[in-house]
Every structure is written in structure tokens, then in C-alpha cells.
Ligand binder design. Structure first.
Ligand code: ADP
Ligand code: MG
Length: 363
């Protein structure tokens, strides 16, 4: 899936965007769980990782290389830090885009301490030559440093201390198989269940010293798109509202009112998401309608509709991408409180109506 794109080309900061923005980073550092016991949800990943790390500790060895894959905001960076904490090892943090040349990587690798954790974020965006150097480093703890240029260049082999690479990616499918195969353990992070996000919200509220009742936490969790980063961001906006407009305590009512101000609806759709859905339903009878036509109707770029709004609508089962165009599901009608035109059925029924209206906008 194309998780990256949901945020990559966002025209403005979105309160429901999954990428870290603005003051997120500073606050997140304070909210990060410090060990596996504190890490909420991702039961499978936690259990497996716990075994991998315990076994390595018992052997007195460095842990296998770990690949963390999953959408932005699900806890990959957090887990990498937890791995370091659990192994009682220092961590070096860098990212694929920061490594432009193989030499950049060689410099990092050759300065690692024994047992150090190297966290390589966005590992799918590393350059090819660096990637090839990484293969050998991961497998044999060795790099060839090239000295000189042209025919006179020589490769000087350099032994590395054993280390653990923790790679993170939003696009596991983009990793070349030889790289993927060199990880001893791959953890695939899923979106969180509402009850898990509720625990994230309650925990964060405790750390931020905010009073919240269970219904208030549930309300925020339900609007957080399965993503802890978004849950924490919404919590902060609701906290502001509760402080200014009420007595500071977050209840369901306060949370709902606050997020109403920020135009985040009961399912976590924002203004743009709703505009797309509304156009699809009200102007095109639920589709099918072409992407360009839909984009013109909401006054947005094609790419914005496709990459910013649609991924979540598709994931929520509100919109489907079909060969004939975008189609609303029955859940979309229900969510916007509208009644589908014919009881006959939503998708595929009368293609004529959709394509007829499409002409209206196509001219
Ligand atoms: N399982 C979790 N339990 C509690 N908080 C979490 C969890 N996963 C993520 N978070 C919170 O969400 C924020 C974003 O997590 P992060 O690790 O930066 O995501 P990613 O690196 O995958 O984009 C962090 O501040 C962290 O506090
Ligand atoms: Mg991260």
C-alpha cells in the first residue's frame, strides 16, 4: 500500500495527517513508551520481538537485524528506541535520504560501537550504492572502503564491530529482496484498534497531566484513524479546548465539541475527506465517476484527491476505486446521513446515471 502518499503531498498541515509536523516531534519524545511493557497493542510484534531480544540477551550476542514496516505514526521509531533500551545498547539514528553516498554510510558504520543499534529510517529511500554496501555490512560485518578514483582506485576492507540494524519503512514492497532477506526479523505494524488507541490516549493524558474520562478517551480514539500519532495530536487540541472552554476535564461532550471545531468528524474524516465524499454522493449519485471529474468538483488537484483523501476513504470502506471510476459504498451514504438514490443497490447498478453526469463536468 501507498501509505507514504497520504501525507507526502499534503498541501497544508492536516490535523489528521499521519506524518510528524510542527511541534509533534518535541511532544512525541515525551510520550514515547520506554520499554516493550509500556508499548500498547501490536500484540504479535511485541511477543515476537520480546523473544528475539531475550534470546540475544541470553546468548550475550547482538540481536538479529530488525525490519519494521508500517504506515507513518504507528510506532516504528518508538520501537527502535525500545529495542535499544531493552538491549541496553546505544542507538545511532539516521535515515535513507540522509545517506546520499556509500561514503556517508561507511563513515557511520565504521564509527559504531560493539552492540550498537543503528536505526535507519525510511530505508527504502537509500541510494543504490549505499544499499549494496549495507548488504555486506549486515551479513559479514565488513565494508569495502574505496580509496581513489578511476583505474587506480582500491578497495580497502574494513571489519566492523557486530551491530544491530533496525530499518523502518512505510513501503516494504519497495525494498529489494536481497535487502529484505538480510533482516533476521521483520515486524509488520498494523493500524490500531479503537480500544488500543483509547489506552494510548489515557496513557498520554496521564503524562500530560490532563484529566480525561473513559468516554472522552474513546471519543478521541475513534477519530484517530488507527494511528497513535494522530491520537496524541487530537488529544492536545482537545486539551486546549477543555482548558479554555470548560473546566479542563475531557469528557465525550468536550472531545466531540473540540474536534468539531477542527472539523474532524466521528470517524476521523476531515474537511477534505468529507468534501470528496459529498461531491461523489451529491453530484454524482455515488459514482462511478472519474478521478479528474471528482477533483474538479471539489476544487482540488487530482493528486490531492488521489493521494491525500482517498487512501483513508478506501481503507475505511467508504470509497472504492474501480476500473470505471470512483464509487461510494453504502457505508458512505450512511456516514453522511444520506439515502442512496435507488434501493436497487449501490455499486455497479446503473452505470448510465454516473457517466451522464460526468459529461456535465467533463466539458
Ligand atoms: N504502541 C504505542 N503505544 C503508545 N504510544 C505509541 C505507540 N506507538 C506509537 N506511539 C506514539 O505515537 C507517536 C508516533 O510514533 P512513532 O514511533 O514516531 O511512529 P513512526 O516512527 O512509525 O512514524 C509517538 O509519540 C508515540 O508516543
Ligand atoms: Mg518514525
Amino acid at each position: 500500500m501507498n501509505w507514504d502518499d497520504e501525507t507526502a503531498s499534503a498541501p497544508e498541515e492536516r490535523i489528521v495527517g499521519a506524518a510528524a509536523e510542527g511541534d509533534d516531534q518535541a511532544v512525541e519524545a515525551a510520550l514515547r513508551p520506554k520499554d516493550l511493557g509500556e508499548f500498547i497493542g501490536q500484540e504479535k510484534v511485541r511477543q515476537q520481538l520480546d523473544l528475539v531480544l531475550k534470546a540475544a540477551r541470553q546468548r550475550g550476542a547482538t540481536a538479529d537485524h530488525v525490519l519494521l514496516s508500517g504506515a507513518p505514526g504507528l510506532g516504528k521509531t518508538t520501537l527502535s528506541m525500545i529495542i535499544a533500551a531493552e538491549m541496553n545498547a546505544p542507538i545511532r539514528i539516521t535515515s535513507g535520504p540522509a545517506i546520499q553516498h556509500a561514503g556517508d554510510l561507511a563513515a557511520i558504520l565504521s564509527s559504531l560501537q560493539e552492540g550498537e543499534i543503528l536505526f535507519l529510517d525510511e530505508i527504502h529511500r537509500m541510494s543504490r550504492p549505499a544499499e549494496e554496501m549495507l548488504y555486506m555490512a549486515m551479513e559479514d560485518f565488513r565494508v569495502d572502503v574505496i580509496v581513489g578514483k578511476g583505474p587506480g582506485a582500491t578497495a580497502i576492507p574494513l571489519d566492523l564491530p557486530p551491530f544491530t540494524l533496525v530499518g523502518a519503512t512505510t513501503r516494504a514492497g519497495l525494498l529489494p529482496p536481497p535487502l529484505r532477506d538480510r533482516f533476521g526479523f521483520t515486524a509488520h505494524m498494523e493500524f490500531y484498534e479503537p480500544h488500543e488507541l483509547e489506552r494510548v490516549v489515557v496513557r498520554s493524558a496521564g503524562l500530560l497531566d490532563v484529566a480525561i474520562d473513559p468516554a472522552g478517551a474513546a471519543e478521541i480514539a475513534g477519530r484517530s484513524r488507527g494511528t497513535p500519532r494522530i491520537a496524541n495530536r487530537l488529544l492536545r487540541r482537545v486539551r486546549d479546548y477543555a482548558q479554555v472552554k470548560a473546566d479542563g476535564v475531557i469528557t465525550r461532550e468536550i472531545a466531540g465539541a473540540a474536534l468539531g471545531v477542527y472539523e474532524v468528524d466521528s470517524r476521523g474524516l476531515d474537511r477534505l475527506d468529507r468534501a470528496v465524499l459529498e461531491a461523489l454522493l451529491k453530484l454524482f449519485g455515488g459514482g462511478p465517476v472519474g478521478l479528474s471529474t471528482l477533483a474538479v468538483a471539489v476544487g482540488e488537484e487530482r493528486e490531492t484527491v488521489e493521494e491525500v483523501a482517498e487512501p483513508f476513504l478506501v481503507r475505511e470502506g467508504l470509497l472504492a476505486r474501480t476500473p470505471r471510476g470512483r464509487v461510494a459504498t453504502p457505508a458512505a451514504w450512511t456516514h453522511l446521513g444520506l439515502v442512496p438514490p435507488q434501493a436497487a443497490g449501490p455499486a455497479g447498478g446503473s452505470g448510465g446515471a454516473g457517466s451522464g453526469q460526468q459529461g456535465l463536468f467533463g466539458s
